[in-house]
Design a protein around this ligand. Structure first.
Ligand code: HEC
Ligand code: HEC
Ligand code: HEC
Length: 151
């Protein structure tokens, strides 16, 4: 083979070998599909969250953090939304009452975004930890951690 032929061969070979990677880099992620098909959401007159969707999207983490501190530190359990509706400041009783499919809603997006909140260790849509025989111990432990600023 002549030298130029050899170089052309190498170039073509490299391009072909890299093609699958290039295609991967260019193709967009599959779109995120959130599941709103829950009994409570299906019963809503208006398909909306407690605050507007943009706010929920960008700020639900701060909202939950605030709620937890209000409840655990100050015993303040009532949240008044912008539209005047009052809700219990509760992950289980409020958020998960509507979003009772957290694996197909919360987690689907968290996995997509690469975040892993640890809340499900204790909270879930059935509020099971409440029935836990160790509930009192769990609660005491939690209060001391939140009050100690560790969570
Ligand atoms: C170690 C167990 C544990 C973990 C982990 C945990 N929590 Fe809690 N959480 C509790 C307990 C116990 C209470 C007190 C419940 C009560 O007073 O009704 C509580 C209360 C709360 C409350 C107020 C009351 C309610 O019913 O929701 C919020 C909001 C909350 N947690 C949010 C979170 C969020 C958000 C995360 C994850 C970032 C989280 N928690 C992780 C155990 C836990
Ligand atoms: C009354 C039922 C209800 C409650 C309670 C509720 N949600 Fe929602 N949530 C919805 C509905 C319905 C939507 C879809 C709104 C829309 O169509 O844009 C939504 C949308 C969202 C979104 C935006 C998703 C996106 O990107 O499109 C987030 C995040 C969210 N909720 C989290 C929460 C959290 C966290 C809580 C508790 C603090 C909560 N929700 C409480 C019904 C509820
Ligand atoms: C549309 C996407 C989306 C949905 C739906 C969603 N989240 Fe999130 N969530 C995020 C993103 C993105 C972050 C990370 C934000 C950051 O790090 O600033 C996050 C962070 C959090 C955090 C803070 C975690 C930490 O370790 O700091 C909590 C708590 C949380 N989400 C709870 C929920 C709950 C409960 C639901 C369902 C009721 C939910 N989220 C639904 C996108 C979503």
């Amino acid at each position: 083979m002549k030298k130029t032929g050899m170089i052309a061969f190498i170039v073509v070979f490299c391009v072909l070998a890299l093609l699958p990677f290039a295609a991967n880099a260019v193709s967009p992620k599959a779109p995120l599909e959130l599941d709103y098909n829950t009994p409570a959401i299906n019963m809503l007159e208006e398909h909306k969250c407690i605050e507007d969707t943009e706010f929920m999207k960008s700020s639900h983490m701060q909202l939950l953090d605030q709620w937890r501190n209000d409840v655990v530190r100050n015993g303040d359990i009532v949240y008044t939304a912008t539209d005047g509706t009052r809700y219990e400041k509760s992950l289980d009783d409020t958020c998960l009452a509507c979003h009772s499919n957290p694996e197909d809603f919360c987690d689907r997006c968290h996995t997509y975004e690469g975040v892993e909140p640890f809340c499900w260790d204790c909270h879930n849509s059935f509020g099971l930890w409440r029935e836990d025989a160790n509930n009192e111990a769990l609660w005491q432990d939690y209060v001391s951690q939140v009050e100690g600023g560790q969570q």
